[in-house]
Design a protein around this ligand. Structure first.
Ligand SMILES: CC(C)(COP(=O)(O)OP(=O)(O)OC[C@H]1O[C@@H](n2cnc3c(N)ncnc32)[C@H](O)[C@@H]1OP(=O)(O)O)[C@@H](O)C(=O)NCCC(=O)NCCS
Length: 252
């Protein structure tokens, strides 16, 4: 009985060609590998997404909560035709992007989440997923939305996306924007970087394990510091609270 019900609950997946990995040099001089994440690796991503649920800055909380739900849904076979790509620097997780195929001609961008800031890894990850939709899956266009001002700048403005405001996007039903094949072709020379094939030593390192991000966004320390300090002129309570938040157990 339960086996039969699982057959109904689990969507039938459409065939989708795999993403061919690529690599690029970042502004820091480090090499980054973009590659597909297999379903059995999803728990490795979840543990690094979860702490971002508590980071309000730049809408990390909204985006991370949605990514967490999408990845978990994908892992447990409750999501239709989702793919997940990761950007890794020396094995370390630097960005996650995901999306899905709506039909053989239409793609849908879900999310982009950067774990390392200031290197445009998020922008490169987004470009990689658009490349996957247009070049590999053969979609004519991809529906996109932005949940943050940085996202809006990166996608709507940099790619000059077209409005598809009569089409509600799956993310919250908000009006969609579209990246068409023509827009993507125009962006190729400036926004889409990376080379193939990935040198074996770089690819092996990326495939070996998804290592924890070394400098992920974190919640602001002491959000109520100003208020508390009014009642604590020597700042003793403030300092001990900060140590507690940092996980330090030693005292002065
Ligand atoms: C949107 C996002 C993927 C873009 O990633 P990215 O291309 O690697 O860019 P960064 O986030 O590192 O940098 C964005 C801007 O903030 C600046 N910045 C750099 N380091 C920063 C830091 N430590 N903290 C805040 N901003 C920083 C950058 O200089 C950059 O400015 P620019 O647009 O003038 O170049 C990333 O900001 C992110 O994951 N945001 C939270 C989730 C989100 O909004 N996703 C997109 C949903 S539409």
């Amino acid at each position: 009985m339960s086996v039969d019900l699982e057959k109904i609950l689990r969507p039938v997946e459409s065939p989708m060609v795999p993403y061919e990995p690529k690599y690029m040099l970042l502004a820091s001089g480090e090499a980054a590998v973009v590659r597909q994440v297999e379903r059995d690796e999803i728990p490795d991503l979840l543990k690094y997404v979860e702490p971002l649920l508590h980071v309000e800055r730049d809408y990390y909380d909204v985006v991370a909560s949605r990514v967490y739900a999408e990845l978990l849904g994908h892992y447990q076979y409750r999501f239709q035709d989702q793919y997940v790509l990761a950007v890794q620097i020396d094995g370390e997780l630097a960005a996650i992007v995901n999306g899905r195929q709506v039909n053989p001609k239409l793609g849908l961008s879900l999310h982009t989440l950067a774990f390392r800031r200031g290197l445009r890894v998020g922008a490169h990850a987004f470009a990689a997923k658009m490349e996957y939709h247009i070049d590999a899956l053969g979609h004519d266009e991809v529906l996109v939305v932005a949940e943050s001002p940085i996202g809006f700048r990166r996608w709507m403005i940099e790619y000059k996306l077209e409005k598809r405001f009569d089409t509600p996007h799956e993310l919250g039903g908000v009006p969609s924007w579209a990246l068409t094949r023509e827009l993507f072709d125009r962006a190729r020379s400036s926004l889409v970087v990376g080379r193939r094939p990935v040198p074996p030593e770089l690819l092996d390192k990326a495939m070996e394990a998804i290592l924890p991000p070394s400098d992920p966004p974190t919640p602001a320390l002491d959000p109520l510091a100003a208020t508390r300090s009014m009642y604590d002129p020597t700042a003793t309570a403030l300092v001990s609270q900060r140590w507690e938040m940092e996980g330090r157990t030693d005292d002065a």
